[in-house]
Ligand binder design. Structure first.
Ligand code: SF4
Length: 188
């Protein structure tokens, strides 16, 4: 079996911890039982990328029953060797934090309050406004008659709170509409 840096570190750290505690006279049975029930037990490891900046440190996402249960740096990734900065170390909270919005919020023009809306209403509104803006301003040909299909009245600003994969899909959708002005906040 191929020995990776990750499996080597796992074995090494478990061995060091058990040796140290055992030498100090602790009964390890309880700790070993607890270790067997840790949150990543039985979880599938999926390699992904920290979305917070362009260093793109590789992370291991632990998934059980279709839900993300933990994230950590990937020791096999040669650039960062498993290390994550404070943002990357807090990656799991991007998925699990109760501070994240759970529902779309809408503030009507000239209103001073936010209203909760459901996703159907929100997506219909966005689709309608994008369609209207595109129909009104799409540039099909340039001054020399060449096909360009440019849309210059919509600007796309990406967020580091979208995953790498979500950003790829959003980018393709914007290009499909003809949007040419795009940027992303997750840059070093
Ligand atoms: S935010 Fe930190 S952990 Fe994430 S890719 Fe950038 S340097 Fe790596």
């Amino acid at each position: 079996m191929k020995k990776t840096r990750r499996s080597f570190l796992k074995g090494l750290s478990a061995g060091v911890i058990c040796l140290s505690l055992g030498q100090l006279g602790f009964d390890l049975k309880e700790a070993q039982a607890f270790a067997g029930a840790i949150k990543i037990e039985g979880a599938k490891e999926v390699i992904s990328v920290c979305p917070f900046c362009s260093v793109c440190c590789q992370v291991i996402a632990y998934v059980r029953d279709g839900a993300l249960v933990s994230t950590e740096g990937d020791p096999d990734f040669p650039v960062s060797e498993g290390a994550l900065c404070a943002k990357g170390a807090a990656l799991f909270s991007m998925y699990s934090s109760h501070h994240r919005l759970q529902k779309p919020l809408y503030r009507a023009p000239y209103s001073d309050r936010w209203e909760e809306k459901d996703w159907d209403w929100t997506l219909n509104q966005i689709a309608r406004k994008v369609k209207n803006a595109r129909d009104k301003n799409i540039i099909l040909k340039d001054e020399k008659g060449r096909t360009v299909n440019r849309l210059e009245n919509i600007f796309m600003m990406g967020t580091s709170h979208a995953s790498n994969e979500e950003c790829a899909v959003i980018h393709q959708a914007m290009r499909g509409l003809g949007v040419v002005h795009m940027d992303h906040q997750a840059r070093v």
